[in-house]
Design a protein around this ligand. Sequence first.
Ligand SMILES: *Cc1c(COP(=O)(O)O)cnc(C)c1O
Length: 224
Amino acid sequence: MLIHAIMTVLQNFLNIRNEIPGGTEIVAVTKFRDPEEVMEVYNAGHKIFGENKVQEIIRKRELLPHDVQWHMIGHLQTNKVKYIAPYISMIHSIDSLKLLAEVNKQAQKHNRVIDCLLQFYIATEETKYGLDLTEAIQIIESEEFKKFKNIELCGVMGMASLSDDMKLIRSEFQNLKAIFTKLKTEYFQSNTLFKHISMGMTNDYHIAVEEGSTIVRIGSKIFD
Ligand SMILES: *Cc1c(COP(=O)(O)O)cnc(C)c1O
């Protein structure tokens, strides 16, 4: 039973890897999963894993090899940045200047530059976190932002509506792509590191890839 489950995890991961373009990164989302299951993907040579809770990143980091590149993909409270700042590889969920300032401050303490994405609110639901374009521009144009030396803004992230309406989901991803293009053209034209669009999960990653995703965040389809 357990062996069967483990083989399936590996096969699931390899199927997805083969299916999507080589230039698109996969964040294997490990929430609710045991270290043994995560190790199956790790042993296939994959190093990029994501969690949506700080406590879970801390817990799993202790149980897994230290060359795992952890991505924080969930809502991040300012007072918890300090716990992950020493090693976090990318934070997908920047939704305020205050949070970005704290990431910069904590990264500085550890002599690091932390890669960050601005999270946009693109869904029709009320519950999702994220910025709108006006708020993002306010952050980027602020004097404070220009002084940050320990964060690197690498692009944008968004979650589509939890819906079976594929047209709706596609239009939300197109909206995120348009936001990315606008920011890239107006503020990051010569910055080659501003290049990522993190969009697409188990139920919608095919559409996300078609609409220009460079990072998909997939959990259930690998581990279920
Ligand atoms: C859980 C989670 C995912 C992965 O979702 P699946 O549907 O299991 O693939 C992706 N992004 C975020 C922000 C998540 O919290």
